[in-house]
Design a protein around this ligand. Structure first.
Ligand code: ZN
Ligand code: ZN
Length: 366
């Protein structure tokens, strides 16, 4: 994308290293691809990164020999690159690179059992230490240039919905409408969708994560539209619920309850606020209206290189919001015989509150 501000990719490894002491490690083996991308700018489908206290090594395979070097150079990342023909070659290069580091952290949430067994053999001279959230924790705070990418993705989604929404009156199937949305975002420059769009009308709307079906969208029924796209690696996420014509009093009451819940959650988003308190603000409105048992998911999640990332905004979450966090607020109510309502925005936490990056109007009846 042209016109996007330059990101400070090179500055990120230092922020991760700052967590080594607390994690009890001397080096970190990064195997989760979003974390590899975050630390190096490399976007390929196969690579691992070793961070020692003073160096960075990326290993990949022959398919990515040129791309890896070009992307690291473009990102201004000072790292060695080793292209290994085999997995054994690549791990051997990693082992040599971290030879002076006794305690090697693994990403416990990204390493399979088979990998753990493999690494135990290949890093026999090291103490392998499970770690969590070392890179993800740094990723929570988005740089302004990352927010700019998320905002660009949100704007494409807003524009695509504005273009496609009037066609609901023609009674497209859920699949047709989802495809039009996806096409609209990609035509505006999105790399791809951030997840398969959810377009769920009438009874399908009572399933929070329904897949678009061949069922034509009817009049006077609730239509949950949850979708987003990716710009330069960064995701957007938004949900609107609409109806072609008046959906009746109960559906309207649910929609108004969810809107009030979403506004309460949004109003709670600010630096220093517990994530659980944001969930509580949204959930309280739905509980008070008597629909609490039908709000079956958590209130929100972080958005960035991954569509769902830290922090979770849930009842059970510990942790507080800070400036630069990007989170969704997306309460919903799903009644088996009536349908579903979810309303979601993506917000960035500022120094004194939050700003919504998704700006599409909220209106029930088209
Ligand atoms: Zn969503
Ligand atoms: Zn979401």
């Amino acid at each position: 994308m042209n016109g996007l501000p330059v990101m400070d990719v090179a500055g990120r490894a230092g922020r991760v290293r700052a967590g080594f002491a607390d994690a009890g490690i001397d080096a970190l083996l990064v195997t989760r691809l979003p974390n590899v991308r975050y630390l190096t700018g490399f976007t390929g489908s196969a690579a691992m990164v070793a961070l020692t206290v003073d160096g960075t090594l990326l290993v990949t395979d022959g398919r990515y020999a040129e791309q890896s070097r070009a992307q690291l150079a473009a990102a201004g990342v000072d790292a060695r690159v080793v292209v290994g023909a085999t997995h054994a070659d690549q791990v051997q290069a990693l082992a040599e690179f971290v030879a002076g580091s006794g305690r090697l952290g693994l990403e416990a949430d990204g390493v399979t059992w088979a990998q753990q067994r493999d690494f135990t053999g290949r890093f026999a001279a090291h103490e392998l230490v499970p770690t969590q959230d070392l890179v993800e924790g740094v990723r929570r705070v988005k740089e302004p240039a990352e927010v700019a990418r998320i905002k660009a993705a949100c704007a494409m989604a807003d524009d695509a919905l504005a273009e496609v929404l009037p066609t609901l009156a023609d009674g497209p199937t859920e699949r047709e409408f989802a495809l039009a949305l996806e096409f609209g975002m990609r035509r505006r420059g999105a790399t791809k969708v951030s997840f398969d769009p959810i377009v769920a009308a009438g009874p399908n709307g009572a399933l929070p994560h329904a897949r678009p079906s061949e069922r034509p969208i009817g009049r006077a029924e609730l239509v949950v539209i949850d979708f987003g796209c990716i710009v330069d690696g960064y995701c957007s996420d938004m949900t609107r619920t609409v109806s072609v014509g008046d959906p009746g009093p109960e559906a309207t009451r649910i929609w108004e309850t969810v809107l009030a819940s979403q506004q309460a959650g949004r109003a709670a988003v600010a630096p220093g606020v517990e994530c659980a308190a944001v969930d509580g603000a949204s959930r309280g409105v739905i509980d008070d209206a008597g629909y609490g048992e039908w709000f079956v998911h958590s209130t929100g999640h972080g958005v960035g290189l991954e569509i769902h990332e830290a922090p979770r905004v849930a009842r059970t979450t510990t942790g507080t919001l800070a400036p630069g966090y990007v989170v969704t607020v997306e309460p919903g109510v799903y009644l088996p015989d009536v349908g579903g309502v979810r309303i979601e925005d993506t917000l960035v936490v500022t120094s004194d509150g939050a700003v919504a990056l998704t700006e599409f109007p909220k209106q029930l009846v088209l």
